[in-house]
Write a protein that binds this ligand. Structure first.
Ligand SMILES: [Zn+2]
Length: 443
């Protein structure tokens, strides 16, 4: 079979290429990598993907990730061969992505003022967050290159997902977490799935730099979203949304902003689909930061040194990004939000995120913890479950709508990234009658 997939540096003026079986998270000049494909997938696959929804107990058709396997075939398998799929593709019995698709939630829709609003609960994944979409592919690559131990840093959801897939594949898993900054339900999952938890003094950014250092010393295979194979799986979040809309691109796709792996994967999926002729229109990405962890918002909107940081044809001003990081360090500015899933000051995928925003003419906004809690509560009142960070999505759409950026007739898809794993948050919210959607207990 011809070699169709390879890894390539995202910096257009560098462009170093590596074989698919090489384990690295950056090129030798320190730039992030993409997984790239030489062939153009036929649009006739749309019909194949649709038919696979009647999966007939084939777990690779049941999986909301592997159903689209021709668009992420980095293992270069015969995608119709069940033997090949079983041998190469890692899946939690088809559970990843199986239940996630866009839903219309009328109360959220009325609140934000957009009627064509679709929210996709990625929390309905086996470990309870969108991470399973990318973990299934990262662990597939790990298995391809005979890895026995995976490693990650996490605000909670990554560790839960990594530990779950590692347990299912009989791999070891080390997770580095910021001590005291992870929701108890997420930490419990890492232990439950048998991971070795390593607590780091500091925040997520410190945990990530420690875990990357340990991985570089041979301590394991990194499954954070700097791993390009993570991004491949997360593209399927967009595929499922688009398939539900008959591949008619919406006007907007909205994500909470943390490490920017989702923004990056959304951008990559749209770049590929557009290049392949699968979509005619490019949706705009809106990223919603927390006010307490708003690095992308600050840099993208020129709130630091007055310069709007952009992709700039592959030459983003990384000096200003580094100066901002130094400014935060020297002034003791730490990311601070109750939405711990996006409590990140140094988004590891910022350069890929800028590329995605550039390709889609994206915008970046920020919302308060109170706004996120209201968003989370309202999703709950529609009978759907999401965590506080996901509440950034309705909150951000509402804000952009009020600012006239999103128009009331626009079609908007919002990604609810994770399920509620900290029960104290809704309990506290609803106990306080001052909260907008509170439903306080009676005695
Ligand atoms: Zn490079």
């Amino acid at each position: 079979m011809p070699i169709e997939a390879f890894q390539k540096c995202i910096d257009p003026s560098c462009g170093l290429e590596y074989p698919i079986r090489e384990v690295r998270i950056e090129c030798e000049r320190g730039h992030l990598l993409d997984v790239r494909y030489k062939s153009t997938p036929s649009t006739s696959l749309k019909e194949v993907f649709y038919k696979r929804r009647n999966h007939a107990n084939n777990i690779f058709n049941e999986s909301g990730v592997w159903r689209f396997r021709e668009l992420l075939n980095f293992c270069e398998i015969d995608t119709e061969s069940i033997e090949d799929c079983s041998k190469f593709l890692v899946s939690l019995d088809g559970a990843e992505g199986r239940l996630s698709k866009p839903y219309h939630m009328s109360k959220v829709s009325d609140y934000v003022g957009v009627q064509n609003l679709w929210l996709q609960p990625e929390g309905y994944n086996p470990s309870g967050s969108f991470k399973d979409n990318g973990m299934t592919t990262a662990v597939t690559h790990a298995k391809l290159v005979n890895i026995k131990k995976i490693i990650c840093a996490s605000t909670g959801n990554t560790s839960a997902s990594a530990a779950m897939y590692a347990a299912n594949e009989n791999m070891e898993c080390d997770v580095y977490i910021p001590a005291g900054e992870v929701a108890p339900g997420k930490l419990g999952q890492a232990f439950q799935f048998g991971a070795q938890v390593i607590e780091i003094k500091g925040n997520f950014d410190d945990a990530l730099s420690t875990s990357l250092k340990r991985a570089g010393e041979g301590g394991g295979y990194t499954v954070n979203s700097v791993n390009p194979f993570r991004i491949e799986g997360q593209k399927t979040i967009v595929f499922r949304a688009l398939e539900s809309l008959d591949w008619n691109a919406p006007d907007w796709i909205v994500y909470p902003g943390g490490a920017l792996g989702n923004t990056s994967s959304c951008g990559k999926s749209l770049m590929e689909l557009y290049e392949w002729g699968w979509i005619k229109k490019i949706p705009r990405i809106a990223v919603v930061n927390s006010e307490g962890a708003n690095t992308l918002y600050t840099l993208y909107n020129g709130k630091f040194e007055g310069v709007e940081v952009r992709w700039n044809n592959g030459k983003p001003d990384t000096d200003i990004i580094n100066r901002y990081y130094k400014f935060m360090d020297s002034n003791g500015i730490k990311p601070k939000t109750k939405a711990t899933a996006i409590q990140i000051a140094k988004p590891a995928n910022i350069v890929k995120g800028l590329r995605a925003l550039d390709f889609t003419d994206g915008v970046v906004t920020q919302v308060s913890d109170g706004d996120m809690l209201d968003g989370m509560a309202l999703v709950g009142l529609n009978g759907f479950d999401c965590e506080m960070a996901s509440g950034a999505v309705p909150a951000g759409i509402r804000k952009l709508m009020q600012e006239g950026v999103i128009k009331k007739d626009d079609t908007v898809v919002g990604i609810l990234t994770g399920r509620q794993k900290d029960s104290s948050i809704p309990v506290e919210y609803h106990k306080n009658p001052k909260n907008r959607f509170a439903h306080p207990p009676k005695s």
